[in-house]
Design a protein around this ligand. Structure first.
Ligand SMILES: [Zn+2]
Length: 410
C-alpha cells in the first residue's frame, strides 16, 4: 500500500510510480510512505506467525512488486553467552553473508519492476556483492565501483556473479565520483542506467527497515533499551527508526524507543565527531583508514538523519580502534561461537565501553548487530593477526596485487 515518496528535508511528495533518486529541490533523501491506517485494518502482527522466515513476511509494509529474493532476512537473534540481556542479531547468515542483502533485494526488486537495465553502485565491498547477486537473479547488469583494497571475497564474488567491476584507487567517496562521471555520459539515459548508491534511491532503506520489524517481532513486540549498530552509510539505522515509527502507527508497538547507538572505527568516525561537537551534519573525514572496510565511509549522505535519530532516541556515538575491533572479533568467536565481520565486532567494543561508563545497566536489553560474516574478511583478519607481517593491519595491498592477475582484468 505504497502511496508516495516523501522528502526527509522539505516534506515534498513525489510519485512512487517511477524511478526516483533524491529530492530535486534540496537533495534530501526520499522515504517511501504507505497508507498505514489501511494496512492496520487489513493486517495484524498476529498474522505474521507461520509466514516464510524471510524479510518478505513484512510485505504489507513493502512496495507491491514481485520480489527478487534469495531468502534474505529473519536472521537469528542470539542471546549472548557472555552478557545476560544482550542479543546478537546475526546478519552474517543472510545471502551473500551480510545485511546488505536486505537493502539490495528491495532495491533490485524495484529496479526490475521499473524496467531498469543497468545498475551502478559505489561500494565499500559487501553492498557490491549483494547487488551483484541480486542482479544475477533479476537478469540485470550490475556495474560496481569499489576500492581496490576491498576484502578479497568482495572482488571474487562480484566476478563470479558476472558483475562489471571497476577497482578504484581510493575510498568509497572516490568510487561515488566515478559513478557521478558515468551519469554525465551519453549512454546513461539511453541504456536504462540507474544509480543505486546508498540512500540516493528510496528502496534500500525499505529493505533494511525489516531489521527493525524483526527486532520487535523476535523480542515479542517489546522494544530493547538499546541497539548498537556499526554505521558506515547508516541505512540500517535510518530503516530501523522508520520501522519503529510505522509499527507504532500500526499499533504493533507503543511509543517507546531503544537508544540508538552508532559505532564507527576510530580511523573513520565522522558521525562520532559530529555527535561530540553537537553538529547536525558530518564533515568529510580525511585519510579514512580502518580494516573494517564497511565503516570506511568518510561522509554518509544520510548524516543529518543519523544524527537526528541519535538525538531523538537519547542514544550516542562511540568509536573503536582497529586493535579493539580485532580483539573483539576473536572474543566473539571464542565466547559466542560467532565469527563476525569486524564491523559487527565493533558493537562489542561499544557495548563494553557503554557498560563501563554506566550508559547501559546490566539489566538493559541491548541488541548488537553483527552485520556480516567474518568469512568475507579472511585476508583482512589474517593480515591483522599474522605476527610475521610487520605492516599495519589495514594494509592488504600485496594480496590485492597477487590475486589481480588471476581474477582480472578489471
Ligand atoms: Zn526536499
Amino acid at each position: 500500500m505504497l502511496t508516495h515518496l516523501e522528502c526527509t528535508r522539505c516534506g515534498e511528495h513525489y510519485s512512487a510510480d517511477r524511478p526516483q533518486t533524491v529530492c530535486p529541490k534540496d537533495g534530501g533523501i526520499l522515504y517511501a510512505r504507505y497508507d498505514l491506517p489501511k494496512v492496520k485494518r487489513a493486517f495484524s502482527a498476529a498474522r505474521l506467525a507461520g509466514r516464510a522466515p524471510t524479510m518478505w513476511r513484512y510485505d504489507a509494509v513493502l512496495p507491491e512488486a514481485n520480489p527478487v529474493s534469495l531468502g534474505e532476512g529473519f536472521t537469528p537473534m542470539l542471546p549472548s553467552r557472555e552478557f545476560p540481556n544482550v542479543y546478537i542479531k546475526d546478519e552474517g547468515l543472510n545471502p551473500t553473508g551480510s545485511f546488505k542483502a536486505r537493502g539490495l533485494a528491495a532495491c533490485v526488486t524495484m529496479a526490475r519492476h521499473f524496467g531498469l537495465k543497468k545498475l551502478a553502485i559505489p561500494s565499500a565491498g559487501n553492498a557490491a556483492g549483494a547487488l551483484a547477486a541480486y542482479s544475477a537473479v533479476a537478469g540485470l547488469e550490475a556495474h560496481i565501483f569499489m576500492p581496490q583494497d576491498v576484502p578479497m571475497a568482495n572482488r571474487i564474488e562480484c566476478d563470479y556473479y558476472g558483475a562489471h567491476v571497476t577497482l578504484v584507487d581510493g575510498l568509497i567517496s572516490d568510487c561515488a565520483r566515478k559513478v557521478a562521471e558515468l551519469k554525465e555520459s551519453e549512454s546513461w539515459k539511453k541504456e536504462g542506467w540507474f544509480d543505486v548508491t546508498t540512500t540516493k534511491e528510496p528502496y534500500r532503506v525499505e529493505g533494511k527497515k525489516t531489521m527493525g520489524y524483526e527486532v520487535a517481532e523476535q523480542l515479542g513486540w517489546r522494544m530493547p533499551q538499546g541497539i548498537i549498530y556499526p554505521t558506515g552509510g547508516g541505512v540500517g539505522l535510518l530503516g530501523m527508526w522508520k520501522a519503529f515509527e510505522e509499527m507504532e502507527v500500526l499499533g504493533w508497538i507503543g511509543s517507546e524507543r531503544p537508544k540508538m547507538i552508532t559505532v564507527q572505527a576510530a580511523g573513520c568516525a565522522p558521525i562520532v565527531k559530529a555527535w561530540e561537537e553537537g553538529k547536525q551534519s558530518a564533515e568529510m573525514w580525511t585519510n579514512a583508514s580502518t580494516l573494517a572496510s564497511g565503516l570506511r565511509v568518510p561522509k554518509p549522505y544520510g548524516d543529518y538523519l543519523i544524527l537526528d535519530i541519535l538525538k531523538k532516541s537519547q542514544g550516542t556515538a562511540v568509536s573503536a580502534t582497529d586493535e579493539e575491533i580485532v580483539a573483539a572479533t576473536r572474543d566473539w568467536a571464542k565466547n559466542e561461537g560467532i565469527f563476525a565481520a569486524p564491523e559487527g565486532a565493533a558493537c562489542l567494543v561499544a557495548y563494553r565501553k557503554l557498560r563501563a561508563s554506566g550508559f547501559f545497566k546490566p539489566q538493559d536489553t541491548v541488541v548488537l548487530f553483527n552485520t556480516g560474516t567474518g568469512l568475507k574478511y579472511l585476508d583482512v583478519l589474517d593480515a591483522a593477526q599474522a605476527p610475521s607481517r610487520a605492516k599495519p593491519a589495514q594494509s592488504t595491498k600485496p594480496a590485492t596485487r597477487q590475486i589481480a592477475g588471476i581474477i582480472g582484468p578489471y
